[in-house]
Design a protein around this ligand. Structure first.
Ligand code: HEM
Length: 472
């Protein structure tokens, strides 16, 4: 175990020497396009630990077996930690949100109606989901080879059963600048919070806005346990003992179905209602106002009237804005997805420090692209697998989901106004779009439906070794 482990939190300066102990995809993304999430139940703790011992060599390995390159990450639910035999004091030291799990917190974060857990797939959020193995590789065939290896080992070890499998595949975006994209047609991801001390590339706009107008990375403890965070040197002091938390994090897995045909149809309806127009430009303008970025990735804050591919292609410019001077949301609507999920310099009605609510997004799409121009649903399941990395599920993911996505008051909007992409939608829903001919969108369809999810503890490698050895 590391000699640095104590109840004292580490600093950003310590991070570099610890990177080897943090699971891949936390600090920097794994750029392998094909993914498979395998959710398992541990039916026998001792045998499950033996299986994990075999798997362990592949975590962070990106090694080649049977001619394919793949890597595996592993995260545990609270039920999974119990099944592995973690001691009662350690179990009780985990934060309440993680212990309740996503299903237990559903009502509190607004997962009701069509999003409610009784509709979730594969037992997600239930007592039989204990861990998630996450394979990343370079091809469809590679996924099956990796799965075959893991399955063989699973059968040999016993004590582990597969309960749910979800494939993902990064979609390319058609903006010609090599971005990844998502099903509604936007470039994604662009904006990610950088971590001080991690030494990964980042650009203006990604981090925290300083008083002098420059940007800085966030303290590591916002995303990795055992480090100083934006509140001070102490960082998050759970779970116990410190060796269990050091270099670990929480991953929020959320399967979100996207109704692409409904989204496309709505743009035409909305262009007519906001601008009295059938012009495709106005449909693109509506899409840009709802998201806060044109589909190319160019932010409306920098180019409110028309798309600008030069800005979209320039990493120094495409995220470099603060919403300053746009208090009314005439350029970027206050209720747009982008401004809600990271209000940057927007004055907020409820005092809170924006840097305490940031999320690293490692989400990837699932399901095939609905061919361009198709306006009727083809019945195929497609959407986004949200994967948020955060050190405090309640303060980060749940806060953004509940306060910033599902309400408007914090921005001075009508309290019933919700995020146009992820809101509950339906009759009576609305979004204000200041500056347009008729400054409101009404009755937005439910474009995104929650199909299930899990809160996962993703331990550092030493901690994972300790969990396998029943040290905690
Ligand atoms: C299917 C559902 C969703 C879609 C299609 C979607 C799409 C997008 C797109 C296209 C962007 C702009 C690209 C970028 O700036 O990186 C974005 C940004 C973002 N989204 Fe989402 N998103 C979805 C759900 C969510 C949810 C549920 C949350 C949080 C609870 C969230 C949080 C964020 C954050 C934090 C950003 C970055 C904002 C910034 O830093 O300016 N998204 N999303």
């Amino acid at each position: 175990m590391s000699t640095l482990v104590s109840s004292r939190s580490l600093t950003a300066g310590d991070l570099k020497d610890q990177l080897h102990d943090i699971q891949d995809n936390v600090v920097a993304p794994i750029l392998m396009r094909y993914g498979r999430h395998v959710f398992v139940k541990f039916t026998d703790g001792a045998r499950a630990r033996a299986w994990l011992r075999n798997m362990f060599d592949r975590v962070n390995a990106r090694r080649e077996e049977h001619g394919i390159r793949f890597t595996v990450n592993v995260g545990f639910t609270y039920e999974g930690l119990k099944a592995l035999g973690v001691s009662q004091p350690s179990l009780e030291s985990f934060p309440q949100a993680f212990r309740d799990g996503m299903r237990g917190r559903a009502r509190a974060v607004g997962d009701v109606g069509p999003h409610a857990p009784e509709h979730w797939e594969g037992g997600l959020g239930g007592p039989d989901i204990h861990a998630m193995g996450w394979i990343r590789t370079d091809s469809d065939a590679g996924r099956d080879v990796a799965m075959g290896i893991i399955r063989t080992e699973m059968e040999a070890a016993g004590g582990v059963e597969i309960r749910f499998v979800q494939d993902t595949m990064a979609l390319a975006h058609a903006n010609g600048i090599g971005s990844e994209g998502e099903h509604f047609g936007y470039a994604d991801p662009i904006s990610q919070p950088p971590i001080e001390g991690a030494d990964t590339p980042w650009y203006p706009g990604d981090g925290v806005l300083r008083q002098d107008g420059a940007w800085r990375p966030l303290k590591p403890g916002e995303f990795v346990l055992g480090y100083e965070d934006e509140a001070g040197p102490q960082g998050t002091q759970a779970p116990d003992p410190p060796e269990l938390r050091l270099n670990g994090t929480y991953m929020v897995f959320r399967k979100l179905y996207q109704d692409v045909a409904a989204f496309r149809r709505y743009l035409a309806t909305a262009a007519k209602s906001l601008y009295g127009s059938d012009d495709p430009h106005h449909q693109e303008l509506v899409a840009a106002k709802m998201m806060g970025r044109w589909r190319s990735g160019c932010p409306v804050d920098l180019s409110p009237e028309k798309d600008d591919l030069a800005i979209a292609a320039d990493p120094e410019r495409r995220n470099n804005f603060t919403y300053a001077g746009d208090e009314q949301g005439l350029r970027g609507p206050i209720g747009s997805h982008l401004r809600r999920s990271n209000p940057r310099g927007t004055p907020l009605k409820r005092a809170t420090a924006v840097q305490r609510h940031r999320l690293i997004r490692r989400g990837v799409e699932y399901g095939p692209h609905l061919p361009d121009g198709v306006l009727e649903d083809d019945g195929v399941d497609r959407g986004l697998i949200n994967l948020f990395i955060n050190a405090d599920i309640e303060r980060q993911f749940e806060f953004v989901q509940k306060e910033w996505m599902k309400g408007g008051e914090f921005l001075g909007l009508d309290p019933n106004e919700q995020d146009p992409i992820n809101g509950t939608g339906g009759e009576g829903s609305q979004m204000s779009v200041p500056g347009s001919k008729r400054p409101f969108l009404f009755d937005l369809p439910t474009f995104v439906v929650v199909k299930g999810g899990e809160y996962l503890f993703v331990p550092g490698l030493n901690a994972l070794r300790g969990l396998i050895a029943q040290k905690f």
